[in-house]
Design a protein around this ligand. Structure first.
Ligand SMILES: Nc1ncnc2c1ncn2[C@@H]1O[C@H](COP(=O)(O)OP(=O)(O)O)[C@@H](O)[C@H]1O
Ligand SMILES: O=P(O)(O)O[C@H]1O[C@H](CO)[C@@H](O[C@H]2O[C@H](CO)[C@@H](O)[C@H](O)[C@H]2O)[C@H](O)[C@H]1O
Length: 544
């Protein structure tokens, strides 16, 4: 295999005197394909995660065949090396087609093989490939010991293949809908380990019977030459839905903010509540219910219940050590602080280097963020495991409103892949379940501020008054969520700590998340950086 970019000996149009079934053994083909073709193709793909870095060269780390009689596809595991001295792995299944009209927009390479003209394409474009993969899962045998391991869940009802199509939504992997009933997610960025999305989906739905996540149906794992198990696909049941909780929340909040004028609400006269206090519906003052409506609080109670049920299931394992609960210890403290201090330093750098791009409130908050860096850093250092008595368990890890589907009056929790910037090992570290709760609270904060900023001018109140109303509403959202969540968790004996411990962990994790988000926004949506900046300052200024 070529280790680095070399000049090709071949020039287009490419012709090979070998059959497709053996083409992958042709060194010239591999060289041309990796360096002349894939380097250009991969950077244009939606799923390619290396856009912020400079691609140096691509290696073919492994390949395997997916085959049925004369139908042969290759599954490529590619290693993309970057100038910045790191690498990422990607999965690309390829097929050879000779039909001129096929996959016109998604051809990787035109070539002639053994006198036959055609194209190499991403095999996911080919219905025959999708059908074959589905049928392989459907007919998987228990305890498969081959290189490509198909797994069929006990939940799978064995329906025969009828149809398939691309999911076609904005996503980081590629999902295919089969029979309008199942979703096969082909992981694009892959890791030298089982994907947490597969592990968690199988554990929650197959082992623990947790109903509020798409039911696990099957998977494909590849065993590489180092005997490492790499997940390349996860099949789940399709959840018919009315969209995700992020869009729902934005829609509701638009009405809530419009109500300020419509119902002539005096923001300064609205009753306040202490952050993190546990509230039942009856504890929410009538003025707040009149303003925001009862329904949104009822929905938050359901969401809190589902979140608690997920954590109760995740914390209920006694034999599989990948899932057994554990306690805080010195190793965890060192790991956490190292990771967060490094991440914080990275965010300071990003903000310093890009401050000239910010203006108005963003600029003001960014300056305050830089000025108060020692205070923020101290918060991260201030973690003392000896004071924490709660449990750590496997958690969702990237829990926000965009990961939750709405079906009628219920919620379905998705995408357990973990936080995109973390390494695969970090994603599997057991964490306090309140880290997920902190993630969703950050999402409430995001939705409130996105409403205020996006609809600027739609409301007659000053921005200061809207912030005041938003912060107040945020506290009630948190309170009602906590009221349901904590009650159910405690009833099921999952130890999330005593009250001061809970508040400490929530604040700690919310600050961690907001600092993470600041980097995400500065890199992908700089206009939104104001939201995590506002969040960081609101956490730092909170007196609990
Ligand atoms: N089982 C499912 N049923 C219905 N919709 C789904 C299902 N899985 C994913 N989706 C939809 O696809 C979107 C992307 O899925 P996700 O798992 O987050 O993919 P990715 O990891 O590629 O970002 C989700 O936000 C959701 O709208
Ligand atoms: O869903 P992903 O794994 O791609 O997560 C990344 O993108 C998210 C945005 O889609 C980002 O989430 C942030 O913005 C959301 C609103 O768009 C908000 O609800 C979340 O609370 C906030 O963190 C996420 O951080 C990033 O990793």
């Amino acid at each position: 295999m070529p280790k680095k970019k070399k000049d090709s000996v071949l020039q287009p149009p490419y012709k090979f005197d070998t059959v497709w079934e053996e083409l992958i053994d042709d060194e010239n083909f591999v060289r041309v394909f990796l360096s002349d073709v894939l380097e250009n193709y991969i950077v244009q793909q939606r799923w390619y995660g290396g856009k912020a870095s400079k691609l140096k060269y691509i290696e073919l780390q492994e390949y395997f065949r997916i085959q049925q009689r004369e139908e042969v596809y290759y599954g490529l595991l590619l290693e993309v090396n970057f100038e910045e001295a790191f690498y990422q792995h990607y999965f690309l299944p390829i097929a050879f087609v000779s039909d001129e009209t096929f996959a016109e927009k998604d051809r990787i390479l035109p070539l002639t093989i053994n006198g036959q003209e055609g194209f190499i394409i991403d095999a996911l474009n080919l219905e025959a490939f999708r059908k074959l993969v589905f049928e392989r899962i459907m007919t998987a045998v228990p305890n498969d010991t081959t290189k490509v391991r198909y797994h069929k869940s006990v939940n799978f009802d064995g329906t025969a293949y009828i149809s398939s199509r691309f999911m076609g939504l904005e996503q980081s992997n590629t999902s295919i809908i089969i029979n309008d009933k199942y979703v096969i997610k082909f992981f694009r960025r892959i890791y030298s380990d089982k994907n947490p999305d597969y592990e968690m989906s199988r554990f929650l739905s197959e082992k623990k019977g947790f109903r509020n996540t798409p039911s696990y149906q099957g998977s494909i794992n590849v065993i590489d030459s180092d005997e490492v198990n790499i997940t390349i696909a996860l099949m789940q049941e399709l959840v018919p839905n009315q969209g995700d909780a992020w869009d729902y929340m934005l829609k509701e909040l638009k009405k809530v903010f419009a109500n300020l004028e419509y119902k002539r609400i005096h923001i300064d006269a609205l009753p306040e509540t202490k952050i993190f206090s546990k509230l039942g519906i009856n504890d929410v003052p009538p003025e707040i219910i009149d303003w925001a409506g009862l329904n949104i609080f009822l929905k938050l109670q359901v969401l809190a219940k589902r979140t608690a049920e997920m954590h109760i299931a995740l914390g209920s394992e006694f034999s599989d050590t990948a899932f057994t609960p554990t306690h805080f210890n010195g190793d965890y403290e060192v790991w956490l602080k190292n990771r967060l201090l490094y991440q914080f330093q990275n965010r300071l750098n990003i903000v310093e280097n890009n401050i000239h791009r910010l203006e108005g409130l963003s600029l003001e908050l960014a300056k305050e963020f830089l000025e108060r860096k020692n205070e923020i850093r101290k918060r991260f250092v201030n973690f003392d495991w000896t004071k924490l008595k709660g449990e750590r368990i496997r958690i969702h890890g990237d829990y926000h409103l965009g990961q939750i589907l709405i079906q009628d009056d219920d919620f379905y929790l998705l995408d357990f892949e973990g936080e995109p910037e973390s390494t695969i090992r970090d994603r599997k570290v057991k964490q306090p379940p309140l880290k997920d709760v902190a993630g969703i609270f950050r999402s409430f904060h995001y939705a409130i501020y996105a409403t205020i900023f996006d609809d600027a001018g739609a409301y007659p109140q000053s921005q200061k008054q809207l912030f005041k109303a938003g912060e107040l509403l945020y506290r009630y959202f948190i309170g009602v969520f906590m009221g349901s969540y904590v009650g159910l968790i405690q009833k099921n004996n999952l130890n999330i700590g005593y009250i001061q411990e809970r508040i400490f962990i929530l604040e700690y994790c919310m600050l961690e998340k907001a600092v993470y988000e600041l980097g995400y926004e500065m890199n992908s949506r700089p206009l939104w950086a104001v939201i995590p900046l506002e969040g960081i300052m609101s956490i730092i200024n909170e007196k609990t």
